[in-house]
Design a protein around this ligand. Structure first.
Ligand SMILES: Nc1ncnc2c1ncn2[C@@H]1O[C@H](COP(=O)(O)OP(=O)(O)OP(=O)(O)O)[C@@H](O)[C@H]1O
Ligand SMILES: [Mg+2]
Length: 231
């Protein structure tokens, strides 16, 4: 589905990614993990085209998308929920939801009921400004917006960061449902081990700009966690 081959990225002259190799199989959830500052967000931004690699290739369903601009990658089926959510605070919930679809030249209507079923609070707050929502509600809005574009690959950067437990559960339920449906592949950056273990099929751990461990989530043992994740 998605393959990163030897991706290198530099920001302001310093090399951040040092040859990242990562694969996401169709219909699976892959959790990208690692301590703070190891390059997780940089990897996701490179997949979505917000950053450009200096070496390596990115393949989506076998097609080289390494040099496509972000909007063409979105049209090719990549949906992105960035770290810190990044909704439009001055637009209403309704406008925020429509904007992702406009970008892909689609109507939001067919997917809206499904998003409201997943996140009922969004329906209640349609006329409210995005910036007035709680952090958890903004995260649901950001995920809802991404789902409306019907991505083949949904990328989420720390969706549970700084969010109250009941919303974490709702987000977990949503990911579980999407996984069961098996139509969408999901790449998730997640710091909470329990959340990752419960939802992911596969894991990959980064350290200093490279993948240092990966495999089925059953092989994410305490020894691996001790070696690469415990601070
Ligand atoms: N715009 C930037 N300018 C300079 N350095 C940057 C920039 N963005 C990221 N970096 C550096 O790149 C490295 C990787 O950052 P990145 O955000 O990818 O890490 P991360 O694994 O997502 O961390 P976190 O868990 O804190 O979200 C860090 O050392 C960071 O300081
Ligand atoms: Mg990050």
């Amino acid at each position: 589905m998605l393959a990163l081959e030897n991706i290198e990225v530099s920001i302001s002259g310093s090399q951040i990614l040092r040859g990242v190799n990562l694969g996401v199989s169709k219909g699976t959830v892959t959790c990208l993990m690692g301590r703070n500052g190891v390059g997780k967000t940089t990897t996701l931004k490179t997949i979505t085209g917000l950053l450009t690699q200096t070496r390596g290739h990115i393949l989506l369903e076998g097609k080289d998308i390494s040099n496509l601009p972000p909007e063409e990658r979105a049209r090719a089926g990549i949906g992105f929920v960035p770290q810190g959510r990044e909704i439009f605070p001055h637009l209403t919930v309704e406008e925020n939801l429509h904007i992702g679809c406009v970008a892909r030249g689609k109507s939001a209507a067919p997917g809206l009921e499904r998003v409201f079923a997943l996140f009922p609070v969004l329906k209640d707050f349609l006329p409210r400004k995005g910036g007035m929502l709680s952090g958890g509600q903004q995260q649901q809005l950001a995920i809802g917006r991404a789902l409306l574009t019907e991505p083949k690959l949904l990328i989420l950067d720390e969706p549970t960061e700084g969010i109250q437990p009941n919303v974490i559960d709702q987000i977990g339920d949503t990911i579980r449902l999407l996984r069961q449906e098996g139509k969408m592949s999901i790449l998730l950056v997640e710091q909470y081990l329990d959340f990752a273990k419960e939802l992911a099929d596969n894991f990959a751990i980064m350290d200093r700009g490279a993948i240092v461990a990966s495999g089925p989530v059953e092989s994410l043992t305490d020894a691996v966690i001790q070696a690469h994740l415990v601070v």
